[in-house]
Design a protein around this ligand. Structure first.
Ligand code: NAD
Length: 493
């Protein structure tokens, strides 16, 4: 048996085991075998990390000039570029996500640090047009304090960057809690953060389970904001926990994103976009376009073409550059997917391709591209977030009908429209109740593009110009400008 790689947590600039000495193993989804061991943070480890972040906040970090904080952000970006291959490899081993994506993503994520480095000294205050004599009043943006950044196992580098970069740029300090399901890449990232020479305690990286680690972090009285990405059930715990410490909460949750293809769409482009949207990253993407609505008169022809494209997808080892779909990240995913497909088939759904575990590796978590025709979108596969390569397909007649169907789901994260009619594209995109709509394209991110949902997909936006302000609070300062004493201390002016 090969020896497991050992990781430690990064707290207050030191590499530590849990004070309980508890550890857990993380699996390689390609073969379902443990490959690394990580410490499991206890409540007291969490306390240590939060106190370190608090001390760093109270110490020099929040007082540094914005341009000096920006230098550290740029240094993090450069480290990501220089070490993209290693980061990509570790993330691939731990999550099963393709190396061709994790490697490129580590390079691209550097842009987020550059972007927020650029913004660090551009957040301005205001002078208020105040309605009182001898008074000058201003607002400034001040940092919030200790931020708890909680991320899931998919796209961790991206989901961390959208929290860490604006938080640091504005002078906050951070405790990152990686997912217990694939924590390794965050510890590799922590090594790079250490190499930048950033002051101790400004960034801390821990991992552990929802309880005690997540709970201790989100109830800690020195945590001022929880920036959370994950599932809606966990989000409910986090909101309840925030009643303990009255911290601010931002939520990036799940999705069941609808995509409509009208009969005038450019079909090859639509097929590529839909394939990227649901089979990219084996469908384990919060913005996966998992509900597809096809206009009636192209339904059969388009669906046949889509199935034939899906069947050509090359399933294989995630490090192989030829592979287009690797394994699912964990067994829990596989079980959820299988259960929903079974229930959907029992209720009349027709599995047109895929639908059963792939034989590529019986020990890994491989599941093929799956397309299910559904008479209505209330069947389980069409309604629930499956977080896997499963596309439910439905028929529609009119624009009005498809808009109403697209909006008929609890989530509102992403969506897509394919049409050659510009006006129709505009009308439909405007009518969809979702935080993101792609027209004639899909699965794009950018530091300048706000990311996040509405309805049960959460609240608060990540990335983009405005989101930096979410890592600040407005402070109002009043200046008395007269040399004369104020009069009447018993009347509010
Ligand atoms: P999850 O909610 O199970 O876990 C997310 C994180 O929360 C993990 O780090 C976990 O340890 C932690 N956690 C669990 N219980 C906790 C508690 N009681 N207190 C504090 N923290 C706790 O989610 P998952 O299954 O790992 O990830 C998949 C989900 O994430 C999907 O629903 C997906 O759509 C969503 N997601 C959303 C986005 C987005 O930006 N909107 C991006 C990626 C993933």
């Amino acid at each position: 048996m090969t020896e497991l790689k050992n990781y430690k947590m990064f707290i207050d600039g030191e590499w530590l085991d849990s004070n309980t000495d508890k550890t857990f193993e993380t699996l390689n989804p390609e073969n379902n075998k443990p490959w690394a061991r990580v410490p499991e943070a206890s409540a007291s480890d969490v306390d240590k990390a939060v106190k370190a972040a608090h001390n760093a906040f109270e110490g020099e970090w929040s007082k540094l000039l914005p341009r000096d904080r920006a230098k550290f952000l740029r240094a993090i970006g450069n480290k990501l570029r220089e070490n993209a291959e290693l980061l990509g490899k570790i993330e691939t081993i731990d999550t099963g996500k393709l190396f061709r994506e994790t490697n490129k993503q580590a390079i691209y994520i550097a842009e987020y640090y550059d972007y927020y480095a650029g913004l660090a000294d551009k957040v301005e205050g205001t002078v208020l047009p105040i309605d009182k004599p001898n008074i000058q009043a201003i607002t400034t943006r001040i940092p919030i304090g200790v931020i708890a950044a909680i991320v899931p196992w998919n796209s961790q580098m991206f989901l961390t960057a959208t929290k860490l970069a604006p938080a640091l740029a504005m002078g906050n300090t951070v405790v990152i809690k990686s997912s217990e399901l694939a924590p390794a890449v965050m510890f590799e990232f922590a090594k790079l953060i250490e190499e930048t020479g950033i002051p101790k305690g400004v960034v801390n990286v821990i991992t552990g389970f929802g309880d005690p680690c997540g709970k201790a972090l989100t109830t800690h009285n020195l945590v001022e904001k929880v920036a959370f990405t994950g599932g809606p059930e966990t989000a409910r715990h986090i909101i309840r926990n925030s009643a303990e410490n009255l911290s601010e909460v931002s939520l990036e949750l799940g999705g069941k994103s609808p995509v409509a293809v009208f009969d005038d769409a450019k079909q090859e482009n639509a097929i590529n976009g839909i394939t990227a949207g649901i089979f990219g990253a084996s469908g384990q993407s919060c913005i996966a376009g998992s509900r597809l609505y096809l206009q009636k008169n192209i339904y059969n022809e388009f669906l046949d073409k889509l199935i034939s494209r899906a069947e050509k997808i090359k399933i294989g080892a995630p490090m192989d550059p030829e592979t287009e779909m690797g394994p699912l990240s964990n067994f829990k995913q596989l079980e959820v997917i299988e259960k929903n497909i079974k229930l959907t088939a029992e209720q009349g759904g027709k599995v047109r391709c895929g639908g059963e575990r792939h034989p590529f590796s019986n020990e890994g978590f491989y599941f093929p591209p799956t397309i299910i025709e559904c008479d209505n979108h209330n069947l389980p596969a069409a309604e629930n977030e499956l977080f896997g390569p499963v596309l439910s397909v439905m028929k529609f007649n009119t624009e009005e009908e498809v808009i109403s169907k697209m909006n008929d789901n609890q989530y509102g994260l992403s969506s897509g429209v394919y049409t050659s009619d510009f006006a129709k594209g505009l009308r439909v995109s405007k009518a969809i109740r979702a935080g993101i709509t792609f027209v004639n394209t899909y699965r794009l991110i950018s530091p300048s593009a706000p990311f996040g949902g509405i309805k049960d997909s959460g609240y608060g936006k990540e990335a983009g110009l405005e989101s930096i302000k979410d890592y600040t609070r407005v402070k109002t300062t009043w200046y008395y400008t007269s040399d004369e004493p104020t009069l009447d201390p018993f009347s509010m002016r």
